[in-house]
Design a protein around this ligand. Sequence first.
Ligand code: RIB
Ligand code: CA
Length: 312
Amino acid sequence: MVSPRIPLVVDTDVGTDDAVALVLALRDPRVEVVAVTAVAGNTSLHNVVQNALYTVEISGAGVPVHPGAARPLLRELATAAEIHGGDGLGDIGLPLRDRIPSPEPAVEALLRAAREHRGELVVVTLAPLTNVALACLTDPDFARSVRRCVMMGGTGRGPGNVTPVAEFNIWVDPEAAAIVFRSGLHITMVGWDVCQADATFSEEELESLRELGTPLAQFCVGIQQVSRRRAITEGRTEGICIPDPLAMAVALDPTLVTESRRLAVAVETRGAVTSGQTVVDHLRVTGLAPNCEVVLRADRGRFMDLVRGALL
Ligand code: RIB
Ligand code: CA
């Protein structure tokens, strides 16, 4: 008997890794992407909406894209053009304009999806958590009715990528992240540390994907040019980390997780040098109840196979 497709909402700041993650979800028969919700992060909200619409279109899907927060709850928006390019998809000249998003705002789409798929909905967050925090604040029942929230964000045990302790998605909007980690959502956190370990693609692996020759393979590899050039300039020979697809892969196939721990995680919002840190209580010294499955390692080989299979 064929299992029913799992309903999925993807909350994203489509950038170059988000786009690959979206393709994985849109091409996977195990899930039905019922909505894509856009939030500012890697690039402006306007660009995110157009990038998401473009990615949905080239994936052959008819999924609505819902515009969300154009900036963090309290702070000014910080973007990442040095990784994703000015347009958010690698500045390779893609026609990223004039597509029409849904008139339904992101928070309303998240709340409606949770109601319509009560107890079944999986929310995959690939971005600053502003939309999800607003959904939690708007309807306290949201967190209880979502089956699982798989998050690319934070660090389980390791350095950050924006500051020594903070990862971008948390660092951009730490107040939103603090709300989400306190909300009661069933969070699986795929942090920067595990993405660096298991979602770093060598130049050879990227070329091997590009040589698949399909339009999606060309797109997913082609949009990585800004970060590839940066890695080469900086002499980083290991390749580039493409994090969001790993979080998406964990949502699609939880057996990809090879090491995880249920731990208490809190978010620093006031530190002068630690703002945006996911503070993980590995030694359980706080006595706080665990609120998160912290992923520590994934099966890199099976992850790479999943990516390859989606781009054929
Ligand atoms: O730190 C990496 C995360 O921040 C990824 O989701 C990337 O797309 C950016 O949003
Ligand atoms: Ca992202």
